[in-house]
Design a protein around this ligand. Sequence first.
Ligand SMILES: Cc1cc2nc3c(=O)[nH]c(=O)nc-3n(C[C@H](O)[C@H](O)[C@H](O)COP(=O)(O)O)c2cc1C
Length: 369
Amino acid sequence: MRTRVTELFGIEYPIFAFSHCRDVVAAVSRAGGMGVLGALYFTPEELEVELDWIDRNVGGRPYGVDVVMPAAYEGAGLGDAGELLDRLRGMIPDGHRAFVEDLLAEHGVEPSGEGAGKALLGWTDATARPQVEVALRHPIALLANALGPPPADVVAQAHERGVKVAGLASNARHARKQVEVGVDIIVAQGTEAGGHTGDVATMVLIPEVVDAVGRDTLVLAAGGIGRGRQMAAGMALGADGVWTGSIWLTVDEADTPERTRAKLLAATSRDTVRSRSWTGKPARLLRTAWTDAWESENAPGTLPMPLQFMLISDALRRVHRSGDGELVTFPVGQIVGSMDRTRPVARVVYDLIEEYIEAVDRLKTITGA
Ligand SMILES: Cc1cc2nc3c(=O)[nH]c(=O)nc-3n(C[C@H](O)[C@H](O)[C@H](O)COP(=O)(O)O)c2cc1C
């Protein structure tokens, strides 16, 4: 396939795959797309190990790294990561801690936690910058950022090293702001998407963003893309390629915990909800007893980013390991309804392309082209 993004990166297919799992990232790039590793959950040292591994296993193909530098968060400007963590810990109300522990106890989840030690990872400018430094020491082709325009100096550092910068945007105004700070590629992500997401559907968002950013900026369509027909739709709406996340959670190579994988494979497209119960900002998650509990009358209300994730990250780790399983949730998009079997990454890429071709051929017969 030839589009502006395949030309730019020298890839076979304009398919970008966001994943926190290095095996998935390397496999997508080897299959002709572009894997992008979510750095969020790694310390700088861990990220170094992951990227070393990818460098050895990606077969010389391009790959990217994604960081989360939110434009707005609680405690912004409070100092370096260490100080920030102490200050923020003190801002979590006891009532919230008690709500979480009571909820876990109701579902038979083991009580002992590891504490909120790793919980701040990557959710702030202070913690994401060391990740960016590590990433830029590796031969990455793309640096992506979620939750607002990346700082201008980070864009400049990437560009100095010949690395393109992508930014996620869920409306046209945010997309324009990203272009103003020098972002090369807008990932226009509709509300169907897993993870942090806005409220405009992909079908409406893509043409709005394409028109808003002008022809010099590349646009990738994201949110609800898991099959070739959806890929064709994204391209028809004006995108230069597609950016996917959810569908990689159930591939053979993914390190998704078994209980989560089983729930994802069984879920329908109606089983997700936009909830603040994960990070404090609206994110699409699998709807379970966890998300319902935060909507209930006795819920204390969610905390602003990054406090909510600090509050719940250890609890969710325990939920994945023990208890009745009803609280098990995960960020996933509405495409979860189509994720009904486990396939290797290369097969998913092949199926996307094959169905894309069928879709385009069908459209050609309509116009007699
Ligand atoms: C489990 C999960 C975690 C995600 N975490 C991030 C993240 O850390 N940074 C980011 O830029 N996007 C993140 N996203 C969003 C993806 O990059 C992507 O935009 C989205 O998954 C596309 O929609 P889809 O899920 O319908 O494919 C996440 C998505 C999922 C499913």
